[in-house]
Design a protein around this ligand. Structure first.
Ligand SMILES: Nc1ncnc2c1ncn2[C@@H]1O[C@H](COP(=O)(O)OP(=O)(O)OP(=O)(O)O)[C@@H](O)[C@H]1O
Ligand SMILES: [Mg+2]
Length: 348
């Protein structure tokens, strides 16, 4: 083997190890990156929850196959429908009022590198139609231009949405979905590959030169990581920043996890207030009733406070209390003469 070849191979080996983890899922991700980078330039769709490493895998595929060439990241939600064509394909001089020189679009800037379409689910339907042409590798023409140019870049798209459901709801084009789904790969959430946690945590600490103690690792392994690898990175790095010594123990990690757990519990509670046990959306009346009991609890039965918090008129608050049968709750906490009279009147 020639020296140059050896160097390229060892660089590839290093790059592939950047997708850290010994779980079967991490090993599969590395094998997938190597295979698609070495093989054809078919479109790749990377799927997975937020923070699992979709961007990271796309960059790895690029490093392995098209290292040294441009890696262009397109945030699909940020592309405006009117400007998107010019952003993607560029424009000729004076193509619009106000445009002076010519501008190269992202497809051209990527050249023979990689075009990474991040969160394809956020593309407007209008843009999806234009994107279809890119996937079909149709030569494109800059806005107002005469010449056409070929699409040379490899295309990788990522999403954490259920595109199949969006296709059914007609918010995502079916033809686009099939074109994108040629070589799909799903990265498993971190809670399904907890054996990767110690190695990932150590990698995120490399710069700080701090060490994480086994008890802290145990604690982290018991946690579900709804924000996946990104959340792990943030927790570990914040713990490193706050620890005085060389070691990170339970005391540094626990408060950060507790904080995250509280947030998750709060998020879940907010969402569950809107649904019944079968995840069916509740009627607004039921939601109002639930809101009113939380409101009265927060106001400790004080109607003025409830009015101030809710923004409802005083009359409305009284009316709803009677409507939803929450009079006893209020009267057990406050001597509210007005409400007492309302109850009496009804009893007569
Ligand atoms: N296996 C891994 N090895 C090393 N670093 C990783 C790995 N997976 C994720 N990361 C790191 O975790 C962070 C979050 O990953 P990334 O941004 O790729 O997630 P994502 O799936 O694209 O998230 P989002 O859905 O929010 O776009 C990044 O800093 C990334 O480098
Ligand atoms: Mg991402």
């Amino acid at each position: 083997m020639r020296q140059g070849q050896e160097l390229v191979l060892s660089q590839r080996f290093e790059a592939v190890n950047q997708f850290i983890g010994q779980s079967v899922a991490a090993q599969k991700a590395r094998a997938f990156a190597l295979r698609v980078a070495a093989g054809s330039d078919l479109t790749v769709l990377v799927r997975g929850e937020t923070g699992v490493g979709k961007d990271h895998l796309a960059e790895l595929i690029h490093e392995l196959g098209r290292c040294g060439k441009p890696f262009v990241r397109v945030d699909c939600g940020a592309l405006t429908e009117t400007l998107s064509e010019a952003e993607l394909f560029g424009h000729a001089p004076g193509a619009f009022t106000g445009s002076v020189g010519a501008k190269e679009g992202l497809v051209k800037v990527a050249r023979e590198g990689t075009l990474f379409f991040n969160e394809v689910a956020n593309m407007s339907l209008g843009l999806q139609a234009k994107f279809l042409g890119v996937l079909d590798r149709k030569p494109f023409r800059p806005v107002g231009g005469k010449e056409t140019f070929p699409v040379k870049a490899r295309i990788i798209a990522a999403t954490n949405f259920k595109l199949e459901e969006m296709v059914r709801a007609r918010t995502f084009r079916e033809d686009l979905f099939y074109r994108l789904n040629v070589v799909p790969f799903s990265i498993a959430p971190l809670r399904e590959r907890k054996e990767d946690i110690p190695e990932l945590a150590a990698a995120f600490l490399a710069e700080s030169r701090k060490r994480i103690l086994p008890e802290a690792v145990d604690l982290m392994t018991g946690y579900d990581w709804p924000g996946n690898v990104r959340q792990l990175r943030d927790v570990v790095q914040a713990a490193a920043l706050m620890s005085n010594g060389e070691e990170i123990g339970v005391e540094e990690v626990k408060p950060r996890l507790d904080q995250q757990l509280r947030q998750v519990a709060a998020d879940k509670r907010v969402i569950s207030e809107f649904y019944d046990e079968d995840r069916r959306l509740l009627p607004i009346r039921e939601i109002e009733k639930r809101y009113l009991s939380v409101l009265l609890e927060a106001a400790e039965g004080n109607i003025s406070t409830a009015v101030a918090i809710s923004g409802w008129a005083r009359d409305t608050v009284y009316r709803r209390i009677c409507q939803f049968g929450l009079e006893d709750f209020v009267l057990s906490r406050r001597r509210d003469a007005y409400l007492k009279r309302m109850v009496k009147r009804r009893e007569v």
